[in-house]
Ligand binder design. Structure first.
Ligand SMILES: Nc1nc2c(c(=O)[nH]1)N[C@H]1C(S)=C(S)[C@@H](COP(=O)(O)OP(=O)(O)OC[C@H]3O[C@@H](n4cnc5c(N)ncnc54)[C@H](O)[C@@H]3O)O[C@H]1N2
Ligand code: MOO
Ligand SMILES: [Mg+2]
Length: 397
């Protein structure tokens, strides 16, 4: 059976090829930029006052003068003024242009102003202080944000400042979430004694929201013909189908056969892991992807964290998340030679260590157990005794 690493590699070898689209900057947060953003002007575009106070000519101060008649005020948003008399000063405001004839700013806190005169009360004035010089940050024409960058709030600020009202970004994939199973009713329905409410597709929808992807919610009963019709329809309208349930050995587990029948090429079915062993993955000749996840809710969560979300992140062009490791807070034994994804609660110790408290729960249907967990620790297949203090990778959303 395929190992976790092999299966992961196969998924990453079949990423979506997504087109680009133009979106307004207010809708672009968290998207991946597909053009380069240049500085249209210098940063800052003029010598900019950095502190509210007075502006003087340093030579006058250096010659010993400490009291300066105030000739006027230079506000932000006004054209540049001129200090006509080098022995006088102008009051200047943060964000204003540096007046001609001024080369040094003294903060209001460091002067007293009375009878139209400002007297400097500090002794360590430096020439050029509190001036944010034109172009020191970036020059006109410089690349500010490279194609392929994530549009963080800071990148949005830079794009706004150069007048980029809209940006070209990777188009989000169209994703359909599909629960399968006759036992499932929707969340606003009262289940009969042999039914349960569906939760997996709601979990998946919530998890995908963190990538800015809004996925549709769908349900299909355990009927081969209906499954075939509905999956064909959903495939025509989506880039990715994520199914839950119907992939194991039961007599109503029709999903793998139906997917093959409608032309989805299988890349794997089953991974040597617990939970989530019966996961199925395939693609179409028209660059669509199908993840069919095992129905047990803990399996669905694990498969989402370990395969589906990294797949979608990479397809959108987001950098993969930095690996996180933690040390087992207590020893664990797991005999089968498959990877065990152990639910854990993470505790960050003052010494800078991250420890993982095992929360095995009562199996892959015990999804209430995940309320207390921060993620899954990946315990390798070739080991069966895991000592307290041993470090392993942890997967979470
Ligand atoms: N003979 C075998 N039986 C099973 C095997 C096996 O290898 N041999 N594998 C087990 C494992 S591991 C898992 S995981 C499950 C996978 O089952 P399916 O993917 O076929 O899913 P279903 O049979 O449809 O349902 C399983 C379980 O999950 C509940 N479920 C399904 N969908 C939802 C949903 N949207 N929300 C909440 N709960 C859901 C469903 O009611 C079942 O209880 O198979 C084992 N069996
Ligand atoms: O894949 Mo199953 O999750 O072990 O119940
Ligand atoms: Mg089943």
């Amino acid at each position: 059976m395929l190992s976790v690493a092999e299966a992961f590699t196969i998924t990453q070898e079949h990423l979506l090829q997504l087109p680009t689209e133009t979106v307004h900057l207010t809708e672009a947060t968290g998207r991946v930029l597909q053009e380069s953003i240049q500085a249209d002007r210098d940063f800052p575009p003029f010598n900019r006052i950095a502190m509210d106070g007075i502006g003087i000519q340093f030579a006058t101060y250096a010659a010993g003068q400490r009291t300066f008649p105030v000739l006027g005020r230079q506000f932000a948003g006004q054209p540049q003024q001129t200090l006509a008399d080098p022995t006088a000063c102008l009051e200047v405001m943060t964000g204003a242009m540096l007046p001609a004839g001024v080369d040094t700013i003294i903060r209001y806190e460091d002067v007293t102003i009375a009878d139209g005169k400002a007297t400097i009360t500090i002794s360590d004035v430096e020439q050029g202080q509190h001036i944010h010089r034109q172009s020191v940050d970036r020059k006109a024409g410089d690349q500010l944000v490279a194609a392929g960058s994530l549009l963080t709030p800071s990148a949005i600020a830079v794009a706004a400042s150069v007048g980029q009202a809209s940006v070209i970004v990777t188009k989000q994939p169209r994703v359909a979430l599909i629960s399968t199973g006759d036992e499932l009713v929707d969340i606003d329905e009262a289940p009969l004694p042999y039914q349960i409410r569906r939760s997996n597709t709601y979990m998946l929808r919530a998890a995908l929201q963190s990538l800015g992807i809004t996925a549709s919610l769908n349900h299909i009963v355990d009927d081969e013909a209906i499954l075939e019709t509905r999956l064909t329809e959903l495939l025509a309208e989506n880039d990715v189908l994520i199914l839950s349930g119907g992939v194991s050995a039961g007599k109503a587990d029709f999903v793998p056969d139906v997917l093959a029948k409608i032309g989805v090429q299988k890349h794997f079915h089953q991974i040597a892991q617990r939970p989530g062993k019966p996961i199925w993955f395939g693609t179409t000749s028209t660059n669509q992807t199908v993840f069919a996840l095992p129905g047990n809710p803990v399996s669905t969560v694990l498969c989402a964290y370990r395969y589906v979300i990294p797949y979608l992140r990479a397809s959108i062009g987001l950098p993969s998340e930095l690996p996180r490791y933690a040390q087992l807070a207590k020893a664990i034994t797991f005999k089968p030679t498959i990877t065990y994804f152990l639910p854990v609660r993470l505790i960050s110790l003052p010494a800078g260590r991250m420890v993982a408290e095992p929360l095995p729960g009562s199996g892959s249907a015990d999804f209430a157990n995940l309320l207390d967990a921060d993620g899954f620790m990946e315990l390798p297949a070739d080991q069966s005794e895991f000592a307290q203090g041993e470090a392993f990778r942890v997967w979470s959303k």
